[in-house]
Ligand binder design. Structure first.
Ligand code: B12
Length: 461
């Protein structure tokens, strides 16, 4: 989506722009990097061939995940080797939180921090016209071997002013039919959509504010509906994923949006893979969500201890409200999941158990449990560094979901592993006792796909 948005800006300038999504084009090509990492996507030869054919003047690289930093350096080197004259620009969440890590690379000419729809346009215009670049918002470059970084201070106030992602360049057909994208898909023709930018909550483990700023901004309902119409009418899309960081944070706008989706008769099915702002939800909103096609809701509850939520994670969420909302979801048969995070500094082992029991109490027997991982740019990262909680010296290679890289005076990484294992056993027993029908249905679902059974057994082991 990030590259889709930027391509739209450049396309509107009348410049020939292409997107090379190495992952989707090389979906069947896997290379083992090490015991923990498999690289999926186009081979170097294929990328080289593409660059030689297209001969771009500028190559922009989306550096989305800090864990993948090595790939970005590898690509920058490949581009400069194959086409030495071209200008390389890097952007995306990783660049935003670790700007120097990328910019110190001799093969990277420029970086842009955070939301870049406007700054990227300004940069390209300046490169074409040969005008001074030094005042571009969030721009980083090198001068006489020294890294220079402008602060990121401007975020787009009117999101309706941004063109829709360049779907005609993104080649959606390549993605249709994948069984998994961000979560499981149910229809062949699906698409992500983003109706707002940023999040009003400032959870201590999240770095979203670095990319999207401190203000939660909304597109108008009309503008979103127009994009939905385009996706449905031109591309035959039947399923949407709201990729907003928080699609329901403004309940008035959320109700307006879902009501319009019903009025328009779009008949999309949709879900919220990132979760939603629980504090802003009520039964009326849940009804509208269900009627407008929502098939699954994720509650990012994070902790079943109100103390941890309010004082450690700093999320504006009341657990009492979650209990009521999940009850109502069951009443209207709206499927829901729950995200939990365990292992925040200051949290006790008993708090972690409260989370696991809370999920079961809400009828959620397979919550998605993350182990707190300090990402650069977060308060969590700062705290772990200051208090010496890293198990070993921090390294970007540690940024994956089960790296267990912190220990605190209350617990260590082995305690977390143990609690996770016990949690899965506990939740399986609870579901057997309280809701064997759900367990049975899940087993039947899995039996339809033997690969899922193997994955489940592996995970359980
Ligand atoms: C969809 C998504 C996924 C999907 C990715 C699907 C895919 N192949 O792209 C899945 C589910 C696989 C996923 C997984 C993970 N994710 Co994720 N994910 C997202 C999410 C929710 C949306 C991405 C998106 O489409 N954004 C919308 C577009 C418009 O934004 P954008 O890409 O950032 O682009 C803008 C700017 O960044 C910039 N820009 C982007 N590219 C470029 C390039 C250039 C040249 C320039 C100039 C500018 C620029 O301009 C764009 C327009 O303004 C983001 C959160 C978010 N809101 O962005 C997290 C996010 C990217 N994920 C994150 C994380 C941590 C993960 C996981 C590690 C989670 C985990 N613990 O397992 C895994 C890692 C997966 C891996 N392979 O390593 C973090 C990354 C932080 C970091 N520093 O690494 C994010 C930022 C969430 C967060 N707030 O912390 N994720």
């Amino acid at each position: 989506m990030g590259l889709g948005y930027l391509a739209a800006v450049i396309d509107n300038m009348g410049i020939n722009v292409k997107i090379l999504d190495c992952l989707i084009r090389g979906w069947d090509h896997e290379e083992k990097v090490d015991n923990l990492l498999i690289k999926v996507g186009l081979s170097d030869d294929e990328i080289e061939h593409y660059i030689r054919e297209f001969k771009p003047d500028v190559v922009g690289i989306n550096c989305q995940f800090s864990r993948q930093y090595k790939i970005y350096h590898h690509l920058l080197a490949l581009v400069k080797r194959v086409h030495p004259g071209c200008i390389t620009i890097a952007g995306g969440p990783h660049v935003t939180v670790c700007p120097t890590e990328i910019l110190k690379d001799q093969n990277c000419d420029f970086i842009l921090l955070g939301e870049a729809d406007e700054s990227f346009k300004t940069l390209i215009e300046s490169l074409i016209q040969g005008t001074d670049l030094k005042s571009i918002d969030g721009l980083g470059w090198k001068s006489e071997g020294k890294v220079i970084q402008n602060e990121k201070s401007k975020w787009i106030a009117d999101l309706d002013s941004i063109p829709f992602p360049a779907y005609h360049i993104m080649e959606l057909e390549r993605y249709f039919g994948l069984s998994a994208s961000h979560g499981m898909r149910h229809k062949k023709r699906f698409s992500p959509i983003i109706t707002s930018r940023g999040c009003p909550a400032k959870c201590t483990f999240c770095s979203a504010y670095k990319v999207w700023g401190n203000r939660y901004r909304l597109r108008s309902v009309d503008n979103v509906i127009e994009e939905m119409r385009l996706l449905r009418d031109r591309y035959g899309v039947e399923e949407l994923m709201f990729e907003d960081d928080n699609v329901t944070a403004n309940p008035k706008r959320a109700k307006e949006l879902f009501s319009r989706m019903i009025e328009e008769g779009f008949n999309f099915i949709w879900d919220t893979p990132n979760g939603v702002g629980v504090w802003s939800m009520d039964e009326e909103l849940l009804d509208l969500m269900k009627q407008s096609g929502c098939i699954k809701l994720n509650f990012p509850v994070e902790s079943g201890s109100q103390y941890v939520l309010s004082n450690i994670i700093q999320k504006p969420l009341q657990l009492k409200k979650v209990v009521k909302l999940t009850e109502y979801c069951r009443k209207i048969s709206l499927d829901y999941g729950m995200f939990l995070v365990i292992g925040m500094p200051g949290e006790k082992l008993e708090d972690m158990w409260k989370s696991i029991r809370f999920a079961a109490y809400c009828g959620c027997y397979s919550p998605h449990i993350s182990v707190a991982t300090p990402y650069p740019g977060t308060k969590l990262f700062k705290e772990c560094g200051e208090k010496g909680y890293f198990v070993h010296e921090f390294n970007l290679d540690d940024l994956f979901i089960r790296s267990f890289i912190i220990r605190t005076p209350e617990w260590n990484e082995h305690d977390l592993r143990r609690i996770l294992l016990k949690a899965y056993i506990y939740l399986t027993f609870r579901i057997m006792l309280e809701n064997p029908v759900i367990l049975f249905t899940r087993i039947i679902e899995k039996l339809r796909n033997p690969l899922l059974i193997l994955q489940y057994l592996k995970r359980t082991l």
